[in-house]
Design a protein around this ligand. Structure first.
Ligand code: CMP
Length: 217
């Protein structure tokens, strides 16, 4: 029997090469996408800077908001690594959701996680101290995508993307990372960081929170 993934691909699938723009922020949209393989970057243009909101991989979906809200695309989607995508139009989407509670639940869970992750980003951006932003940004990324590694947790994010996410100048973010590295709290490795000492990072963050609240004592 044919693989169900292949059957779906025959019906709804298309292949895209890295760099292709699927849609841009502000355009009308009538389809959502499910990633079968490869990855897609979701980004938004904010004050001259193209800010990455997420890089989505196999099994994830995007483009559902325009269909659900009947509003223009809220962000730009660009193929990050060559991808096989399923294109689902709004009618098919509606019949999938109404006909299958498991699919509906998966979508709700995903949207709840996205809201949670957006809330934690808002919290990070409320901090003025760049050290607090870097620590919180790494903790958030560890929660989203961290994996156990020797001596800590591997957090897959580059310094540029980290700076981008927490709204810091890349140079400043690198300085902060360098200082945390010197203090033995983390180590830069290929493809990201190994966060070594989470309790100390947490303590340091609490100290920074006190400083923001009460100023230099
Ligand atoms: P839509 O508004 O149709 O087009 C842009 C898509 O990007 C949006 O639907 C969501 O699917 C996706 N998207 C928007 N914001 C985020 C985010 N913060 N994280 C992950 N995906 C997002």
């Amino acid at each position: 029997m044919a693989d169900p993934q292949d059957q779906l691909f025959t019906r709804f699938g298309k292949t895209y090469a890295a760099g292709e723009v699927l849609f841009r922020d502000g355009e009308p949209g009538a389809e959502m996408y499910v990633i079968q393989s490869g990855s897609v970057r979701i980004s938004k243009h904010v004050r001259e800077i193209e800010k990455t909101l997420a890089v989505l991989g196999p099994g994830e979906f995007f483009g559902e908001m325009a269909i659900l809200n009947n509003k223009p695309r809220s962000a730009t989607a660009t193929v990050h690594e060559d991808a096989r995508l399923l294109l689902i139009d709004s009618r098919t989407f509606e019949s999938m959701v109404t006909g299958n509670t498991e699919i509906a639940l998966r979508i709700i869970r995903k949207l709840a996680r996205r809201l949670d992750s957006a809330d934690s980003l808002i919290e990070i951006l409320l901090y003025r101290d760049p050290k607090a932003r870097v620590i919180l940004g790494l903790s958030r990324q560890a929660e989203l995508e961290g994996t156990p590694a020797e001596g800590g947790i591997f957090v897959p994010i580059g310094s540029k993307d980290l700076a981008d996410q927490v709204g810091l100048d890349p140079q400043l973010a690198m300085e902060v990372v360098g200082r945390l590295e010197k203090a033995g709290m983390l180590q830069e490795v290929e493809g990201g960081y190994v966060v070594r000492d989470i309790p100390r990072l947490q303590e340091f963050l609490e100290f920074l929170e006190m400083k923001e609240k009460f100023g230099d004592l």
